[in-house]
Design a protein around this ligand. Structure first.
Ligand code: PLP
Length: 410
């Protein structure tokens, strides 16, 4: 008899986006003719940049000839992409990485979820609240999160609330925590940390021997000067942080699947006897055993992002989404709503009016404005009373959605 991993049974039965889909389906049954605008799920709508398409075609052609065909590639990724990442994403910011510190993957979801494989099950965990659900759920699956309590929080997880009251800046914990997840620019709030704020976290991590798991999936949306693009811009961070990046939102790769993880050589974890172990070696071992690399054609397409045309084309797409975000913020303000984020991020975090709870506001907006958002409480207890709207739609849809919301709220 195979015993099941019962930690999975602790996970709440339904997933946020399936709950939303059910509610949207009910709406459609009762309102078959009403068209809806979806500003809920964080998927992109702009097609791949032409530079990536060209690189893909070329790579596909290579696969058709015995001389240029590629079978299994290096588990860690091809050198051409790793070099392009180091040269373009890190060197210009004064960050020196060696190729062995960069691991190409099939997207940040995999690695933010899998990284726990190299960490003991009984580490304590800290998360900002609200939060991208993968961080907690992946810890629940291996038993690290503890048990779900009546207040909706997991017993072995420290929650660091990020709300309008603290300007969405998580307070440094008073106690020490083994592993802390930080995501900036943040999903779902769309807010950022300045260099000075992020430095406080690096200092905390160095003082407390804490590992920071830094998710920078939305780095390409940063437009303000004082917002760090990489945690390694902060001195000492290579000793305490792993960084995750993704091409999904940067270059429209949500359906292509490619990202990367930086595990610095200097970063160590401890054994129970106090010996220090390089996490880079453990992650390399983990990847070589469980991952067979991202496809060659996908990595060639990702490499094309770093050509002059590729850079210009991805910037145009990101500017398109940021333009949506700006319009949405202006229109929502004109409708009397308070919003956050949306300046260095494709996400707008909206305070529901008059203390309406997240799900109630979701339903009202669905049934009265025909616009779909994501209830903030679905991202954690501190998300109650907020909604997340994404700027990934077309200009036309975003404008129409804002028109509907303004009309609805009078
Ligand atoms: N990290 C954050 C914060 C995200 O919001 C997402 C996707 O929405 C991911 C990681 C996953 O991205 P990928 O498509 O690279 O798996």
């Amino acid at each position: 008899m195979a015993l099941a991993n019962e930690h999975f049974l602790k996970l709440p039965g339904s997933y946020l986006f399936s709950d939303i889909a059910k509610k949207v389906n009910s709406f459609k049954i009762t309102h078959p003719k009403q068209n809806l605008i979806r500003l809920g799920i964080g998927d992109v709508t702009r097609p791949l940049p032409p530079a990536c398409i060209e690189a893909l075609h070329k790579a596909v052609d290579e696969m058709s000839e015995a001389d240029t065909f590629h079978g299994y590639g290096p588990e860690q990724g091809y050198g051409f992409l790793i070099e392009a990442i180091i040269k373009n994403d890190y060197l210009p910011r004064g960050i020196h990485l060696t190729p062995a510190e960069v691991f190409i993957n099939d997207g940040a979801k995999s690695d933010t979820g899998n990284i726990g494989d190299i960490l003991r099950h009984d580490n304590s965990v800290g998360v900002t609240d609200p939060i991208y659900p993968v961080y907690i759920d992946s810890n629940v699956m291996c038993g690290r999160a503890g048990i779900l309590q009546d207040n909706g929080k997991w017993s072995n997880v420290t929650y660091m609330p990020c709300t309008a009251e603290n300007g969405f800046i998580p307070a440094i914990p008073e106690k020490r925590i083994d592993i802390v997840y930080l995501c900036y620019p943040n999903n779902p709030t769309g807010t950022t940390l300045t260099k000075a704020e992020l430095k406080k976290w690096v200092d905390y991590a160095l003082d407390n021997d804490t590992l920071i798991l830094f998710d920078a999936a939305y780095e390409a949306f940063i437009r303000e000067e004082d917002v760090p693009h990489s945690i390694y811009e902060i001195k000492g961070a290579k000793k305490c942080a792993i960084e995750f990046r993704s091409f999904s939102k940067t270059a429209g790769f949500t359906g292509m699947r490619c990202g990367y993880t930086i595990v610095p050589k200097e970063l160590t974890g401890a054994t129970l006897t106090g010996e220090r172990i390089a996490l880079n070696g453990l992650w390399n071992r983990r990847q070589c055993t469980k991952f067979n690399g991202t496809s060659y054609i996908t990595q060639r397409a990702a490499e094309a992002i770093y050509t002059p045309e590729g850079k210009r084309q991805i910037k145009e797409n990101i500017d398109y989404y940021l333009d949506n975000a700006r319009t949405m913020k202006e229109e929502l303000a004109a409708a009397g709503l308070q919003t956050y984020g949306g300046t260095n991020s494709p996400y707008i975090w909206l305070k529901t009016p008059d203390g309406t709870d997240s799900w109630k506001f979701f339903e009202q907006m669905l049934y009265e404005a025909y616009v779909v958002g994501t209830p903030g409480v679905g991202f954690g207890p501190s998300g109650e009373g907020y909604m997340r709207l994404t700027a990934f739609g077309t200009h036309e849809d975003c404008q129409e959605a804002m028109y509907r919301i303004r009309k609805w709220l009078g």
